[in-house]
Design a protein around this ligand. Sequence first.
Ligand code: QV4
Length: 474
Amino acid sequence: QHNPHWWGNRNTIVHLFEWKWSDIAQECESFLGPRGFAGVQVSPVNENIIAAGRPWWERYQPISYKLTTRSGNEEEFGDMVRRCNDVGVRIYVDVLLNHMSGDFDGVAVGTAGTEAEPRKKSFPGVPYTAQDFHPTCEITDWNDRFQVQQCELVGLKDLDQSSDWVRSKLIEFLDHLIELGVAGFRVDAAKHMASEDLEYIYSSLSNLNIDHGFPHNSRPFIFQEVIDHGHETVSRDEYKDLGAVTEFRFSEEIGNAFRGNNALKWLQSWGTGWGFLPSGQALTFVDNHDNQRDAGAVLNYKSPRQYKMATAFHLAYPYGISRVMSSFAFDDHDTPPPQDAQERIISPEFDEDGACVNGWICEHRWRQIYAMVGFKNAVRDTEITGWWDNGDNQISFCRGNKGFLAFNNNLYDLSQDLNTCLPAGTYCDVISGSLIDGSCTGKSVTVNENGYGYIHIGSDDFDGVLALHVDAKV
Ligand code: QV4
């Protein structure tokens, strides 16, 4: 279940974190489809507890499988899936199979109005009772398999996926989403569930819905959240054959490199050479909704210059199943998504350049990022050739004879003739500008008969990367 069922030459998933279904439907039609995005990862769809201040993380505390959250109801969800599929953009749902909500004083009322008593492990909306959960215990040793898989992750009531009843409820929930036309799932906290139980669940799921344009016998795409830094008792290898796995080492290492802690020249062997999973099993990202909130090596929108460079490298180097993060502005771990006085999530608004303005960051609408989604589509099925570096933080490479990238992460200029591998002609750098009505609004590069062109990236240029491809020839 490693096939994401992308349309045509498309390549990239965007995580529209905390967006409403009606806004995503609109975004598929007006932006993602036209720009060649392949799919959207959406926030959890089923009913959750209501936490004070409405932090984003309340959605990781389910109460029932009714499809009503602050993003919308079942009808709006179904409408979104249909409209996105119609323009070739797939929907992947973040699903919580590991647990229900954590403790809550008294009777909790969820986002669909369902009552539950989490302290008693009583969730009548499903229904689940105490016998459907593992006995309560705390994870204190992350290298103890029993604790990781059978105790409670931050106190969230831990479902027993070996039970027939729990399995049947989870399968029914996922099949309902498949019926509505989704292409697959991000499995939250997969590491906290035994891989044998997940294998049973995944293999019991229905095929994708042919009424939504999926070929007969298509299996749902699965990507599993397993954080494996390299020395864990529960490892990514236990899950990689069941579906793709989030490759956290990719996120950490790309952050290190573009923060300047590791010379870019080493990226020549990027991918399995760095101990990452085989390309088709790795779900890759510069940051995700959790690690963008942690201090450390991982880059996020708050370091835009380095973030754009890392994203360009992510989308230009042919490795992994790519996901781009699309965030809302945050100060700390608990900052809620943009919301109004009634605590309803508000819709993104855009300026004349299409950038988001009202608390949504929308990295996917940054020209340097969506242009690289287009680059990745344009160079599909080509290899890395013509690697060049200055022995330090200036690198360049080609994607066959369809695309060329150069990076300068040194504190001095990159100015020289480089092999672009492209057919002779003039190309528009899709990072510093766009090709509009045949003319380039940014830097242009003229490539001679031998494929060479003069490349300049000043150390104080707005962006430290330059990208050329055959679909942006002046
Ligand atoms: C608090 C205490 C606990 C205590 C508990 C019980 O911190 O020590 O046991 O009360 O009283 C929120 C609060 C957290 C609180 C918890 C339960 O932040 O302080 O525990 O609720 O009330 C998200 C957030 C969490 C949030 C959780 C549930 O990140 O902060 O917890 O949602 O709302 C590991 C895992 C990995 C996991 C990662 C964060 O291996 O699987 O930690 N990542 C996924 C998601 C993540 C999500 C969860 C898992 C849980 O990507 O976003 O956590 O679904 O690495």
